[in-house]
Design a protein around this ligand. Structure first.
Ligand code: ADP
Ligand code: ADP
Ligand code: MG
Length: 684
């Protein structure tokens, strides 16, 4: 085994690789950009070296520098993770030249699978089934149009060099082809520096089923079964599970053997994934599956395979890279139970899943284990039911420079049903405050009937749109009561005594009523709280009932609240995020996250002088609109300027009533992160 490796990546995958290395007694070197100087992956490795500024091309994509660091620090191997340099054949070659093992396939195999078109040509020779299509070298638009007319519509145009769903265009009619081609080529050139395309028959409502393969340098090759990654948005995975529901043993073997044949055809060594697209009747003998592409690296969703096989795939990668034979034969590999992974992203499902950025001001995750296995690796032990692979901690930021994934939540169950129930529970315990995220959406997705009965295809999210994005008509009183309870409990704590605890024998003589006002997505809510003789009473939306704040068990999180409202006992977490612009109460109850902004008219009256006179850019981006001008008086919350960054618009609003002194940038101008945008004087 190696004694020291360098991990040429960041985030959750760098942390995950470090965990296995530590278990195996392998020392680790982290590399980091300026944005990641205090990142979790840096703290988990034994040594760490700075690469450069935040942008990937100045840091994580600096292959030569990374090889130099590995040599200087005596690392014998480099693990590239996924993304970045993981599928870069020049980097794999540079490692070899420097006498460092690249923990991945040989450069020739990366090259062979690097172009989807060339890979398909190779697979044709290896008799792996292909989606009908055109993957030739000639790229004349007229020829491409003729080819798609021949294939028959709808067709899918893909970037040959593609990845991450970029550039793909569905064409439903011949007349749309030319425009779609041009747009795919533009995006491909911009994303991959290569505008070559291929055309495929577009399958309606297919399933994405992929096979994990592993090969060693001695001719050994196995498949570690399949993963179903059909639940996607924008052609990118959201939920992944193993095994694929409904797979027959015969089909599993056929797909596994096809995947191994694909790997053998390119002289593969190490971990790889062969992605297939399957017709939705794949569970019957009438179904078909077709090769889509091979990813020559460890995949984001590899944990579900680890959970059902009991093997640590990173350990396998390390063993294979230092010349050992595969740790298990095909006959020894078995499927045990069911595993599901949910990708937690900083993104806004209600705004077309646009990526978001920000600081994770609060992050509570379910009790889980980090990846761990017994040292023998081969024997199966029931995995812990919940595993979390995260690259961030509370207080860390999701920046615009890298992938907006926050964490992966992986659950195991003896059956799919049990795994699903555990996933629902785990998501309900995942509380994130500070940036837009998809946790609530994932909760609705795993609770969705179609998903529960495994009616899976890549159109699931669109097909279930009405159920998944359904706006709730009314905000349940429980959420408002919990928000009130947090405000009341905080006030009592600030005074140092709760008038109702009876500790100091203090009682009000009469009763009085105050109003607490909150704003939610559903409007403004005025709640009346009565301080009665025997405690608080809650009055809103037709419910008038005692509200009793109960003690929480010692050791509970500070956000925990236990509340009696009418005949219900509510246990929930309410996180309060107070900043100069607002007092937000994040109520997490039964898997739903509701944000209530408190509008406190009296408290805000004297507060204007505490806000800063300048408003700055939350991230690097471009100004796309200016809504205010110098000298204009505006009310608190008025839109002053709109920026665009990470494909998303961000509105800069007035932090208080006041006057705009200066707008410092105009439409079309680029601004750096933290740049002052507006000078503003709050009203006296
Ligand atoms: P997987 O099939 O492993 O889920 P994804 O397509 O989701 O793969 O991508 C895995 C990672 O690789 C993500 O972090 C993504 O941002 C990154 N990635 C995917 N394609 C590319 C590419 N062409 N260039 C750079 N990074 C990529
Ligand atoms: P990427 O390199 O971006 O991962 P893939 O070729 O793996 O590109 O395709 C990504 C996704 O696009 C698939 O998981 C599937 O949902 C969809 N897709 C790809 N090819 C087809 C096809 N021929 N018909 C229908 N959907 C497809
Ligand atoms: Mg793919």
């Amino acid at each position: 085994m190696f004694s020291k490796i360098l991990i040429a990546n960041r985030g959750e995958i760098a942390c995950r690789v470090a965990a296995t290395a530590r278990r195996l007694g392998v020392r680790t070197v982290a590399v980091y950009s300026d944005a990641d100087a205090h990142a979790r992956h840096v703290s988990l490795c034994d040594e760490a070296v700075r690469l450069g500024p935040a942008p990937a091309r100045d840091s994580y994509l600096r292959g030569e520098r990374i090889v130099e660091i590995a040599r200087a620090l005596g690392a014998e191997a480099i693990h590239p993770g996924y993304g970045f340099l993981s599928e870069n054949e020049e980097f794999a070659e540079a490692c070899a030249k420097a006498g460092i093992a690249f923990i991945g396939p040989p450069p020739a195999a990366i090259r062979a699978m690097g172009s989807k078109s060339e890979a398909k040509a190779l697979m044709e020779q290896a008799r792996v089934p292909l989606v009908p299509g055109y993957h030739g070298a000639a790229q004349d638009p007229a020829l491409l149009q003729r080819e798609s007319d021949r294939i028959g519509y709808p067709v899918l145009i893909k970037a040959s060099a593609g990845g991450g769903g970029k550039g793909m265009r569905v064409v439903r009619e011949p007349g749309e082809f030319a425009a779609a081609l041009a747009s795919c080529q533009r995006e491909a050139a911009a994303s991959f520096g290569d505008d070559r395309v291929l055309v495929e028959k577009y399958l309606e409502r297919p399933r994405h089923i992929e096979i994990q393969v592993f090969c060693d340098a001695h001719g050994g090759a196995v498949y570690l079964f399949e993963r179903d990654c059909s639940v996607q948005r924008r052609h990118q995975k959201v939920l992944e599970e193993a095994p694929a529901p409904g797979m027959t043993p015969e089909r599993r073997r056929a797909m596994g053997e096809a995947a191994v044949a694909a790997a053998r055809a390119v002289g593969y060594v190490g971990a790889g994934t062969v992605e297939f697209i399957a017709t939705s009747d794949i569970n019957t003998s009438a179904g078909h599956f077709f090769f889509m592409e091979m990813n020559t690296r460890l995949q984001v969703e590899h944990p579900v395979t680890e959970m059902i096989t009991g093997h640590d795939l990173v350990e396998w990668q390390l063993r294979v890279a230092c010349g050992e034979a595969l740790p298990a034969t095909q006959e020894q590999l078995q499927i045990h139970g069911h595993a599901i992974e949910a990708r937690i992203y900083a993104e806004n499902p209600d705004k077309g899943f646009l990526p978001a950025i920000g600081t994770l001001t609060h992050m509570a995750l379910p009790a889980a284990v980090e990846f761990q296995r017994n040292a023998d690796g081969a024997a199966f032990h029931d995995p812990a039911p919940v595993r979390i692979d995260a690259g961030v901690r509370a207080g860390d930021a999701i920046s615009p420079h890298y992938d907006p994934m926050i964490a992966k939540l992986i659950v195991w169950g003896a059956t799919r049903e049990q795994a699903l129930a555990r996933m629902r529970g785990a998501l309900a315990e995942t509380h994130i405050v500070g940036l837009a995220n998809n946790v609530d959406f994932l909760g609705r997705l795993v609770a969705n009937h179609s998903f529960a009965i495994a009616h899976l295809d890549t159109g699931l999210i669109e097909r279930e749109r009405a159920a998944l994005f359904a706006p709730e008509d009314r905000l349940p009183n429980e959420f408002l009561a919990l928000a009130c309870a947090r405000v009341l409990a905080d006030e009592a704590a600030a005074v140092g005594a709760d008038p109702w605890s009876g500790r100091n024998g203090w009682r009000l003589n009469g009763s009085y009523t105050r109003e607490l006002t909150f704003k939610s997505e559903r409007g403004v809510h005025d709640v009346r709280i009565e301080y009665a003789r025997d405690g608080y009473r809650f009055d809103h939306g037709g419910l008038c009932s005692p509200l009793v704040i109960q003690p929480v068990p010692a050791g509970a999180a500070p956000s925990r609240l236990s509340l009696r409202l009418a005949d219900r006992l509510l246990q929930a977490d309410v996180v309060r995020a107070v900043d100069p612009v607002g007092d937000e109460l994040h109520v997490f109850l039964n898997g739903r996250h509701c944000v209530l902004t408190r509008i406190d008219v009296i408290a805000h009256a004297g507060e204007a002088d505490t806000v800063e006179g300048r408003l700055s850019a939350p991230m690097p981006g471009k100004v796309v609109a200016v809504h205010a001008a110098r000298g204009v008086r505006v009310a608190r919350g008025a839109a002053l300027l709109v920026m665009e960054a990470m494909k998303m618009e961000h509105t800069i609003v007035a932090p208080a009533d006041g006057t705009v002194d200066e707008i410092l940038f105009g439409v079309g101008e680029q601004v750096a992160e933290g740049a002052a945008l507006v000078q503003f004087t709050p009203a006296a």
